[in-house]
Design a protein around this ligand. Structure first.
Ligand SMILES: Cc1ncc(COP(=O)(O)O)c(C=O)c1O
Length: 288
C-alpha cells in the first residue's frame, strides 16, 4: 500500500476484515471505502456493491480469501467478477492470501488466475498462519516487476533484512518434507467441527462453519448483549478471550470472533466455561 497509494486515493476493502487494511490506508492519507461481507450473502463480497463504490479516485481493491474474521472463501464467480471490475477500472488488486493453505475442502483459487490479473495483482502472504511462525515476522509479496523497485526501497529502509534463522526456518517450512501443513489442516478440520458444534450449544450464539482460516465468527444477537459487554464477561468471569466483531469494522458489530488455534481440550474447556457464565445473559434475555 505504501508503494502504490497517494493521498486522496480510494481503497476498497472488506468489512468485517483485517483491521490493517483501513488503518494503513488512513495512515497514508488515502480513503478506505468498505464493502460489506454480510451474513445474508454468506459473507461473500457482492460485486454489484463493489462496482457501485468505484469512483475515478479508486486505485486499489483489497481481497482476502480465506478471510479473517469470517473464514469465507470467495467463490470463483465472485472472484471473477471482482477481477473484471479491476480490469475495467484499472485498479491494483491487493490479494491477501495468507490463509490460502488453510481451507476445508475444494481447491484454492488465487486472484492471479483470472484474465488481466498478472499485471495488476499483488499477492501478500506470510509464514505466521500456514507454518505456525507467528511473531517471526516473515512475509512476502508476489508483484508485477514494475512495483518491485518501490518495494525494495521500502524493505531496505525499514527492516533491511530478515533474521537469518527465520530465513532458514522458512526454507524448511516451504519444503514441508513431513507434510506438516497438511497434517495441521487435518487437525484444524477436527477442531472446527468441535468448536462450531459446541458454540452453537451456547444460549444466544449462532455460528456457521468457516470455509477457511481458523476463526469461529459468532452471531451474538440472541444474547441480547453488546459484543463488548459479552467479551468482557467471557474474559473476566470465564477466562476466555474473544474479540468484539466491531474491531474488524462496523459491519461486524453483532459478532464476536474466537480463534481455534488451540488444542481440542482447551477449546472444549473454553466452551464449557462459556456455557457456565451464559446464565448471565440467558436469564436476562428470558426476562425481556
Ligand atoms: C488477513 C490477515 N492478513 C495478514 C495478517 C498478518 O499476519 P502477520 O503479521 O503475522 O504476518 C493477518 C494476521 O492476523 C491476517 O489475519
Amino acid at each position: 500500500m505504501m508503494s502504490l497509494l497517494e493521498p486522496g486515493d480510494e481503497v476498497l476493502y472488506p468489512d468485517p476484515g483485517f483491521p490493517g487494511y483501513a488503518s494503513i490506508a488512513l495512515g497514508l492519507g488515502a480513503a478506505p471505502v468498505p464493502f460489506e461481507l454480510s451474513a445474508r450473502n454468506h459473507f461473500q463480497p457482492d460485486p454489484a456493491e463493489v462496482a457501485s463504490k468505484i469512483t475515478p479516485r479508486t486505485r486499489m481493491l483489497i481481497t482476502n480469501s480465506p478471510g479473517n474474521p469470517t473464514g469465507t472463501v470467495y467463490t470463483d464467480a465472485v472472484q471473477r467478477a471482482l477481477a473484471e471490475l479491476a480490469v475495467k477500472h484499472d485498479l491494483w488488486v491487493l490479494s491477501d492470501e495468507i490463509y490460502a493453505r488453510i481451507i476445508y475442502g475444494g481447491e484454492y483459487l488465487s486472484m492471479l488466475r483470472y484474465p488481466g490479473m498478472h499485471e495488476r495483482t499483488l499477492i501478500i502472504d506470510g509464514f505466521s498462519k500456514s507454518f505456525a511462525m507467528t511473531g517471526w515476522r516473515l512475509g512476502y509479496t508476489v508483484a508485477p516487476p514494475e512495483v518491485v523497485p518501490a518495494l525494495m526501497m521500502m524493505a531496505v529502509n525499514s527492516y533491511t533484512c530478515v533474521a537469518e534463522f527465520t530465513q532458514y526456518g522458512a526454507i524448511d517450512a516451504l519444503r514441508d518434507r513431513e507434510g506438516n501443513t497438511q497434517h495441521m489442516v487435518g487437525e484444524f478440520t477436527r477442531r472446527r467441527e468441535q468448536i462450531v458444534h459446541d458454540l452453537n450449544r451456547v444460549p444466544g450464539f449462532r455460528c456457521l462453519p468457516p470455509e477457511g482460516a481458523f476463526y469461529a465468527w459468532v452471531d451474538i444477537t440472541g444474547t441480547g448483549m453488546s459484543a463488548e459487554d459479552l467479551c468482557r464477561i467471557l474474559l473476566e468471569d470465564a477466562g476466555v478471550a474473544a474479540i468484539p466483531g466491531a474491531a474488524f469494522g462496523p459491519f461486524g458489530k453483532e459478532f464476536i470472533r474466537f480463534s481455534f488455534a488451540s488444542s481440542m481440550a482447551t477449546l472444549h474447556e473454553a466452551v464449557e466455561r462459556i456455557v457456565k457464565v451464559s446464565t448471565t445473559w440467558h436469564t436476562t434475555a428470558a426476562v425481556r
